[in-house]
Each structure stands twice: as structure tokens, then as C-alpha cells.
Design a protein around this ligand. Structure first.
Ligand code: PEP
Length: 259
């Protein structure tokens, strides 16, 4: 059984490095003892290097690592505006979110995400792969949609590498302001479905320890249910990760419920 993981996606926030440092310090200093839960903070690219130095200088006794919110599939070259997985690895980043719905909405598809996953894995980053349907329809077409996202984005990933990935189930209809989270039952069913697809493709032994986490309006009030009854392996909060009190409560819930 893998330890729970909480991954904060700061998206395009906050506005200055000073605020980013303040938030990271507030989060890191809000615990006296977190031993089992892994914490990942994914700030905008521009803050990664400074935040890594800050963490090193502070030497907190936490399993806290940094992640990026995207990476490109080529390592180096004429790709204006892109940042490669290898560049991220070289500055000490360990994780990368790939296939977030906000990037898919800008045109990224499963084939792009597949190339990004391969590049992240070969550079030594752990990909956090976001999947999830836009809507739920009565004919359950959304199940085929999620299946295709998994099959296409994980095409030709080796059996050796597959156990390294993290899957974040984030139904698009549950993300952001003014939405409701998925129910615990909806998450539990989807997580069983996802593991079955993974196991059909890569073999049960290679996928039984893959963490399947939940994202979409997760907060300090609903987190416990997702773990206790939904068997979530952790969370990918967006808004709640920008509030140090809410974010640390989510982490404490995971710590208490960690086996
Ligand atoms: C997200 O965008 O990954 C997300 C889960 O956002 P929020 O928690 O704000 O719904």
C-alpha cells in the first residue's frame, strides 16, 4: 500500500515570488509532525528554482517536493515558450502534472500527453496524469471517454515505467469555482474502473500500487470521505492549495488515515 500524496496545483498564482515564498513557508510550518504523507507543491515555472532553494535552506522535516504544471516532449531546441522535462529535473523538480483539463482546453490532446509522459519518465520525473470527463451522460459514454484518455496517453509506456505514474481523476465538471465535487461513490467506482483498464493493459502486478487520487473542488470538509469510503490515494487540490490552512487540514486528514 502506497502512502497518501497531496499535490497542490497553484495554477497561475500567486502574482509575485514574495507571495509564493510566504505561502510555501506557511504551508511547511503549519505541521508539527507529518511523517507519512507526501506533499507536492506545483507552482508556476518561474518560481520553481527560488522555492527549491528556499526549501533547501529551511531544511523542513517533511516529505515535501516540488512539481511543475507541465513539461514539453522535446529536451532542447527551437520550441519557443516551452520548458523540457530534463530542464525541470536539472533544477531539482521531481514531479510534473500532465494533461490537466485546463491545458486540454487549450488544445492539448492524448497524443501530445503521451509524448510528454514518455519524455518526463525518461528524464526522471514522476508524471501526475490528469484524466476525467467533461460531462456525465445517461448512456455512460463518459466511461469510453476516460478509457480512451488512459489508453492513448499511456500508449507504449513500458511495464517497468508504468508503476511510477500517478493518476489524478479530475472530472472537469467538478473543477473550479461554482462547481460541486464528485460524490465519494462516483470517485470509488471510477477509481475501480481506471485500475481495471490499467491492469488489462499492463498486468495487475504492475499497476496495483499506482496511486489514483481525486481532484475537483476537494477541500478540508470533503477530503475525509474520499479517503475513508472512496479509498482515494490522495488529492490534487487547486483552490484549496492556495489557502495554507485548508491545504494543511487536507494533509493532516491524509496523515491520520495513512496506514
Ligand atoms: C484542478 O484544477 O486541478 C482542481 C482540482 O481545481 P479545484 O480544486 O479548484 O477545483
Amino acid at each position: 500500500m502506497q502512502k497518501k500524496i497531496v499535490i497542490g496545483n497553484w495554477k497561475m498564482n500567486p502574482l509575485s515570488l514574495k507571495e509564493a515564498e510566504k505561502l510555501l513557508i506557511e504551508i511547511s510550518e503549519s505541521f508539527s509532525l507529518i511523517k507519512k504523507t507526501e506533499i507536492i507543491i506545483c507552482p508556476p515555472f518561474i518560481y520553481l528554482e527560488s522555492l527549491r532553494r528556499l526549501l533547501k535552506a529551511k531544511n523542513y522535516k517533511l516529505k515535501l517536493n516540488l512539481g511543475a504544471q507541465d513539461s514539453f516532449w522535446e529536451n532542447i531546441g527551437a520550441y519557443t515558450g516551452e520548458v523540457s522535462a530534463e530542464m525541470l529535473y536539472n533544477i531539482g523538480v521531481k514531479y510534473v502534472i500532465l494533461g490537466h483539463s485546463e491545458r486540454r482546453a487549450m488544445g492539448e490532446n492524448n497524443i501530445d500527453i503521451n509524448k510528454k509522459i514518455k519524455s518526463a519518465l525518461s528524464s526522471g520525473l514522476i508524471p501526475i496524469i490528469c484524466i476525467g470527463e467533461n460531462v456525465r451522460d445517461e448512456k455512460h459514454e463518459y466511461l469510453n471517454f476516460v478509457k480512451m484518455q488512459i489508453e492513448e496517453s499511456l500508449d507504449k509506456i513500458s511495464r517497468n515505467n508504468i508503476s511510477k505514474i500517478i493518476i489524478a481523476y479530475e472530472p472537469v465538471w467538478a473543477i473550479g469555482k461554482g462547481t460541486l465535487p464528485a460524490t465519494v461513490e462516483e470517485f470509488r467506482e471510477m477509481s475501480i474502473f481506471i485500475r481495471k483498464i490499467l491492469s488489462d493493459k499492463f498486468g495487475i502486478d504492475n499497476v496495483e500500487n499506482i496511486r489514483i487520487i481525486y481532484g475537483g473542488s476537494v477541500d478540508e470538509k470533503n477530503a475525509e470521505g474520499f479517503i475513508k469510503d472512496g479509498h482515494a490515494d490522495g488529492f490534487l487540490p487547486g483552490r484549496a492549495s492556495l489557502d495554507s490552512k485548508k491545504f494543511s487540514k487536507i494533509i493532516k486528514i491524509c496523515e491520520v488515515l495513512n496506514k
